[in-house]
Design a protein around this ligand. Structure first.
Ligand code: PMP
Length: 286
């Protein structure tokens, strides 16, 4: 069951007009929110990032936070499985094709849910492969825009190379992954690039930095050079659907000793216990 413009209906019955600016221009933004035990994880933070994305494309938020919560709760209830991930998508609506903003168009609002599967244990035990590529996206990567063609092409490069992710490099520094944030471990220190217009401010990225601060894990938020990426002890990727995963091969070379490292093991354990305590304590969304 999905939500589309005021209606809850089976996905097969959902229709959007071809003149929707999402279809024509990719003119919209989205969010992905993990749901554990039927409760959205870090909902307030995701709704705040949604507002940032909407502000970035100058589109008024069509709903208040409490309206979003109600809609999300209904979509969760209408789908099977305790662990799901919600996909929210807002476009500038349907209008005659013209690049400039249409007057009076009503935003299209779509929400769907899919089962959320934890990364397979085998992958966490061996780690995954990644490749590097030049970050050829625009300069507003902080906006979670639905126009994802560069990310699509960059991640397909990884798939074509038999890898899981593409680590993006811009002018000698690492930005993020094609669909994840990337952390580097160097001399036992966790390195994270600072949030700016060149990367998506990841919700999982924030959780990892909060956990690192709480546990007094040595950590530096600063620009991370390509050299540091290529000589890292450990590389980690984070995202709402993949949580934390170790990258153990980069461009067909082992990362560190080629096995998931101690920083990964520690952060993964902290993340799982944080998830459990917050979800146990979290009231059902209201
Ligand atoms: N960067 C990009 C480009 C992404 O697409 C994503 C999410 N898939 C992330 C980072 C991670 O963000 P989050 O932790 O909020 O899922």
């Amino acid at each position: 069951m999905i939500y589309l413009n005021g209606d809850f209906l089976p996905i097969e019955e959902a229709r959007v007009p071809v003149l929707d600016r999402g279809f024509i221009f990719g003119d919209g933004v989205y969010e992905v929110i993990p749901v554990y035990s039927r409760k959205p994880f870090r909902l307030a933070e995701h709704l705040l990032r949604l507002q940032h994305s909407l502000d970035g494309i100058r589109l008024q938020n069509p709903h208040s936070d409490s309206e979003w919560s109600d809609m999300l709760e209904q979509v969760i209830a209408g789908n099977e499985g305790d662990d799901q991930y919600l996909y929210l998508h807002i476009t500038r609506g349907v209008a005659r094709r013209d690049h400039a903003f249409p007057k009076g168009a009503v935003p299209t609002v779509f929400i769907m849910s899919n089962p959320l599967l934890a990364p397979p244990r085998e992958l966490l035990a061996t780690g995954v492969a990644a490749i590097t590529a030049s970050d050829n996206r625009w300069l507003r990567c902080d906006i979670k825009a639905i126009s994802l063609l560069p990310n699509v092409l960059l991640r397909q490069m990884a798939v074509d190379a038999g890898a899981m992710e593409t680590v993006l490099l811009r002018e000698g520094f690492m930005t993020e992954g094609a669909a994840s944030n990337i952390f580097v471990v160097k001399n036992g220190i966790l390195l994270a690039p600072p949030k700016n217009h060149l990367m998506l401010p990841g919700i999982t990225y924030d959780v990892v930095l909060e956990l690192a601060a709480a546990e007094k894990i040595p950590c530096e938020v600063r620009e991370v050079s390509e050299y540091e990426v290529r000589t890292a002890q450990e590389l980690l990727l984070t995202s709402s659907t993949k949580e934390i995963m170790p990258i153990t091969r980069l461009d067909d070379k082992p990362v560190g000793d080629g096995k998931p490292g101690t920083m990964f093991a520690l952060l993964h354990r902290l993340y799982q216990s944080y998830k459990q305590t917050t979800m146990r304590g979290a009231p059902s969304i209201s």
